[in-house]
Ligand binder design. Sequence first.
Ligand code: MG
Length: 376
Amino acid sequence: MTTAAIIVAAGRGLRAGGGMPKQWRPLAGRRVADWTLDRFRGQVDHIVLVLSDEDQTAWDEFSGTDLILTAGGNDRAGSVRNGLAALEGLEVEQVLIHDVARPCVSGETIQNVLKALSTHDAAAPGLSVTDALWTGDGAVVTGTQDRGGLFAAQTPQGFCYEAIVAAHAAHPGGAADDVEVARTAGLDVAIVAGAADNIKITRPEDFARAERILGNHMDVRLGNGYDVHRFGDGDHVVLCGVKVPHDRGLQGHSDADVGMHAVTDAIYGALAQGDIGQHFPPSDPQWKGAASETFLRHAVELAGQMGYGISNVDCTLVCEYPKIGPHAPAMREELARIMGLRADQVSIKATTSERLGFTGRGEGIASLATACLVKS
Ligand code: MG
């Protein structure tokens, strides 16, 4: 199932103050947009960021990253249509559409929407209204409104990709949100549990509230991984997904990628979810010769399902030969690609062991890794 998220960030959002669009204003040490984008990293396969032509700095900053960039339209619906068009040809089956001004959305809410899409064409988070509702003329209460059956709408709103593309193409315009577009096209929209913390930053005071929410939820987990594989016959080794020519190979049940195994175990460790051997038993013949990417992808998906994003990974390879340095940039790129991270979130270091011990004698390669996971 290929999934994507469209983050609509082309609005000018000046009502929130600060003299610039709210998505570029600082919030708890980062910008609003940075928080929002990180919420979706590791949860979906592709992220589209819809930007205004006026935000040239953002275009420069994000081009060439893991994001797909596209220009905003004349209104929000136009921006969403451009975001949908940017996913053409990527065989996306499910798409989430999210307001950039909701940086406090939880991984749980995102997963709730994705789960509901396995049985519905459309799904969105809603909060049942608990406050009493009045009508008023601005000065006095003119009546009360039954709150039964009323929900406050949130994002991300999720859809089957083809269905929402068709719905937007057919809609005359003026819809409040994508759920309205979908309903106009006759789609049933499931309501999933929203969260009170999933606020939309609209007014100046919302920044302080969002800072409190983000600060309260800071849940950081570290994990470490360690692995060793022995040299045997061969003409190359695979390290962190990169084939490195060598006069020996590494032995192991899978492709013996000692670096990727350590990184994978670091992620499992941070989640307190055992290790590779537990999830992919070496006694099971189906994993013989398996590409280690399978293991790493599983760990990353498990992190996403548990509501964690990967903040960074640091991996050290211990060997006299082959020389790692020339291949380290490619290893960072490859690990980042598999984990859905930027290369600057992945570190590859190498050291010899001064010819001491089994690595020093050239009997094998050892690897250590640390992963930092943040609850999203
Ligand atoms: Mg191993």
